[in-house]
Design a protein around this ligand. Structure first.
Ligand SMILES: Nc1ncnc2c1ncn2[C@@H]1O[C@H](COP(=O)(O)OP(=O)(O)OP(=O)(O)O)[C@@H](O)[C@H]1O
Ligand SMILES: [Mg+2]
Length: 389
């Protein structure tokens, strides 16, 4: 599975919504001639250099500390599973040993081999450097070589309300209200703006999707999973060249095709998640009829300025949304999904528009809600699609 267009399988764990582009074709960074306006300056320090300066705030845990924190990785404390491994709820002591125990999420690397280790290391390096209220905080890590082999774990702040993916697509969860959807989008956009535009070195997230947007008890959203993050291009380079890796259905087409990674590859993924939020449908859903399986292809049949547009809206919203705001947000998504990456907006522009739309929606409140839709819509499937990568 060493070629970018062959998909590795994630079917050993729970089935997932979208397949993942897994293995990297070529690790080298190459330069090009054009200039990326949002790129880092040639004199900026690398993530590793910044990590040496800031990474000491991360706590180093022993394996036994984390085993105790999770009651020996007890199944009853397992709260999730992803490509990296299992996630457990645990409780640890504060550094100074005082106060109530701290509830945390502990991710235990399942994968052996280089890719898993690389993702673990990237997570430690990036999250050791970044610091923003819209990014899940990494509290520390564990790297141990015990009797059971190499152990790699990560300890995060605990997000008690699962992921956006869980809420959008699971019938077991009540539907997310319209205004909350907009606020979740805004938080995610703020997190990405910080990564693209707010640091000495530009960071490209590379795996933006609804399962990587975690929610707290008040539905405040934070981005998680920096295992695939990369430093943006330096100086006058327009992109970094990597082997395409990410999640099928969310990854920008030009990135899959060329391996050229830019911050506006994240913009494409953002556009896909915006449409997930509007429609309540997954980026890819093989349970639906062929013509509806790829969300971005499907929504093209319902242009934002046409009368048909409202037919794409999530039936679980029960018409409790502002039609005008929904159009604005769909236009925003369309601008993120422009074929030419340079034509996509900056993330900070997205933040401005979303803030404005939220303000308007809050002012207009229910008076602007849409009238019932005359045509029934097919219910989106909730079954996750096996990841084949
Ligand atoms: N910090 C956290 N606090 C609470 N729950 C978490 C935390 N991190 C992860 N989880 C839970 O674990 C689940 C799995 O997360 P993980 O990031 O490992 O996989 P994923 O995002 O679903 O898939 P992928 O591996 O493709 O990114 C999440 O959906 C979430 O429910
Ligand atoms: Mg994740």
């Amino acid at each position: 599975m060493n070629c970018f267009n062959i998909f590795t399988s994630k079917t050993k764990r729970r089935a997932k919504s979208s397949p993942e582009l897994r293995v990297e074709r070529n690790r080298s960074k190459t330069s090009t001639t054009s200039v990326n306006s949002a790129g880092s300056s040639s004199s900026s320090r690398s993530i590793i250099e910044l990590y040496k300066e800031r990474g000491h705030s991360l706590r180093k845990f022993s394996y036994s500390e984390l085993r105790n924190a999770t009651n020996n990785f007890n199944r009853s404390l397992k709260i999730g599973e992803g490509g990296f491994g299992s996630v457990y709820k645990g409780s640890i002591r504060h550094r100074d040993g005082h106060g109530d125990p701290l509830v945390v999420a502990i991710k235990k690397l399942r994968k052996n081999g280089l890719q898993g280790h690389k993702e673990w290391l990237a997570e430690v390096h990036f999250l050791g450097v970044v610091d923003h209220p819209k990014l899940v905080k990494l509290l520390g890590y564990c790297s141990a070589n015990g009797e059971r082999g190499i152990q790699r774990l990560l300890v995060y702040e605990y997000m008690p309300n699962k992921s956006l993916e869980d809420h959008l697509f699971s019938r077991a969860m009540p539907p997310i209200p319209w205004i909350t959807r907009l606020k979740i989008l805004l938080s995610a956009a703020e997190g990405l703006t910080y990564l693209h535009e707010g640091l000495e070195v530009q960071v490209i997230f590379r795996d933006f999707k609804s399962s990587n947007v975690l929610l707290d008890e008040n539905f405040n959203a934070k981005l998680s999973d920096f295992g695939l993050a990369r430093e943006g291009p330096q100086g006058d380079r327009s992109h970094v060249t990597t082997t395409p890796i990410g999640t099928y259905g969310y990854a920008a087409p030009e990135y899959i095709e060329t391996g050229h990674l830019k911050s506006n590859s994240d913009l494409w993924s953002f556009g896909v998640v915006v449409y997930e939020i509007l429609t309540g449908r997954r980026a890819v859903d093989i349970e639906l009829p062929q013509s509806e399986q790829k969300l971005i292809e499907w929504v093209k049949q319902f242009p934002v300025d046409s009368k048909r547009f409202r037919m794409i809206m999530d039936p679980r919203l029960n018409n409790q949304y502002s039609h005008g705001a929904a159009r604005k947000v769909a236009k925003l998504a369309d601008s993120c999904l422009r074929k030419t990456p340079e034509e996509r907006p900056l993330m900070s522009k997205i933040v401005d528009i979303l803030r404005h739309t939220i303000r308007e929606s809050e002012l207009n409140d229910v008076s602007e809600m849409t009238s019932p839709l005359p045509l029934p819509l097919p219910e989106p499937s909730t079954r996750r699609m096996a990841r084949v990568a």
